[in-house]
Design a protein around this ligand. Structure first.
Ligand SMILES: Cc1cc2nc3c(=O)[nH]c(=O)nc-3n(C[C@H](O)[C@H](O)[C@H](O)COP(=O)(O)OP(=O)(O)OC[C@H]3O[C@@H](n4cnc5c(N)ncnc54)[C@H](O)[C@@H]3O)c2cc1C
Length: 324
């Protein structure tokens, strides 16, 4: 099979909008790649999301316009990407978002291509010979390890949201290549019976500018109500630590950390959170961190710009009052 001197990014599209992590990946690739940066976009025949992607200045956008694929399942998308690579040749690298979609597609494609994949990377760089060095946390996030795939192409990785910043870039040379005749092999093993939409009002913690995060130390019903009132006042979104996902109202989409979401708000307020490494792995890009904890030695304080030693309930009530 032919090899392509390009580095590829899979454009993730959710509800007809490009997921912002795609822009973060383009910006990072533009910074580190000597080879042309190509974005692979799958969209409906009447859509033109490539116009949004162009604003971030990749060298090339391969647009696969196919209504069947957009409605299809991950196995069909894997078939399509596999077929695309068979036609074009294997790129030097192919990077996906570490989202539910990327975490499903990337390993399926990796197995088809019999190459290597590093999941959940926090950093990427290239060596002079085009080797992609993929940095990811290991052993409960206590060490960072660098992984390379020296002998196989493409070098594949999934990357967590919000670890890189997206910056618009004017690149008048961006080429758009439309592919309308890619054969889509239907997959009968998986049937999508419905696609429930998320509630329209729910802003996700990965995109929020302000987050009030609640931990086990602030878990009582009354404290939760206080924290939610504070979040309302601040126009903030509620995030939680893992123990709180045992409650019916929270799930992994609300959970911050290694096995949840990475966040990058302007302000993050931690209420009754100890600061376990698995939690702090998700907050390294928060700009200002404020924490309240009764334990003066709580590890979360080492990650905080401001902190209050004492009761989280008292703290949130006092802050709420100050905001009146
Ligand atoms: C593989 C793996 C992945 C994981 N992934 C994640 C993840 O993505 N996200 C995550 O959050 N966790 C994750 N965890 C769990 C993680 O190790 C911790 O157990 C968890 O983060 C602890 O949550 P917490 O801080 O709410 O609770 P605790 O560690 O129990 O801390 C509660 C804190 O509240 C303080 N406190 C008690 N009462 C009050 C009060 N009245 N006012 C103020 N402070 C008070 C205490 O001093 C304490 O510091 C993972 C674990 C593993 C093994």
């Amino acid at each position: 099979m032919e090899f392509l001197k390009e580095n590829w990014i899979f454009a993730e599209v959710d509800l007809n909008k490009v997921n912002p992590i795609t822009y973060q990946l383009i910006t990072k690739m533009n910074q580190i790649s000597e080879l042309p940066v190509t974005v692979v976009l799958v969209e409906g025949s009447s859509e033109s999301l490539e116009e949004d992607i162009k604003e971030y200045g990749p060298d090339k956008i391969i647009t696969i316009k196919n209504d069947q694929l957009v409605q299809g399942n991950d196995l069909e998308m894997t078939n399509a990407l596999d077929t695309l690579i068979e036609k074009t040749g294997r790129p030097n690298s192919f990077v996906f978002a570490a989202t539910v979609v990327g975490r499903s597609l990337a390993p399926r494609l990796q197995a088809r291509l019999r190459t290597g994949l590093t999941a959940d990377c926090l950093d990427l760089h290239f060596e002079d010979d085009g080797t992609l060095v993929q940095t990811k946390p290991s052993y409960g996030d206590n060490i960072m390890c660098e992984i390379v795939v020296p002998n196989h192409r493409p070098q594949m990785a999934t990357v967590r949201s919000n670890v890189f910043e997206a910056k618009k870039l004017n690149n008048p040379m961006t080429k758009v290549i439309n592919i309308t005749n890619l054969k889509v092999v239907q997959d009968k093993q998986l049937t999508i019976s419905s696609k429930p939409l998320p509630q329209e009002s729910a802003e996700s913690i990965t995109e929020a500018n302000r987050i009030v995060a609640i931990g086990r130390g602030d878990k009582t019903e009354e404290n939760l109500t206080n924290a939610k009132r504070l979040a309302d006042k601040l126009h903030a979104v509620i995030g939680v630590t893992r123990p709180l996902t045992d409650l019916e109202e929270f799930d992994i989409n609300d959970q911050i950390g290694q096995s949840g979401q990475s966040v990058s708000p302007d302000i993050l307020i931690n209420l009754g959170i100890s600061g376990a490494v698995q939690y702090t792995a998700g907050i390294s890009n928060a700009k200002t961190i404020v924490s309240a904890n009764t334990d003066k030695d709580a590890p979360i304080f080492k990650h905080s710009d401001y902190y209050y030693v004492g009761n989280a309930e008292e703290f949130s009530k006092a802050l709420e009052k100050a905001l009146q």
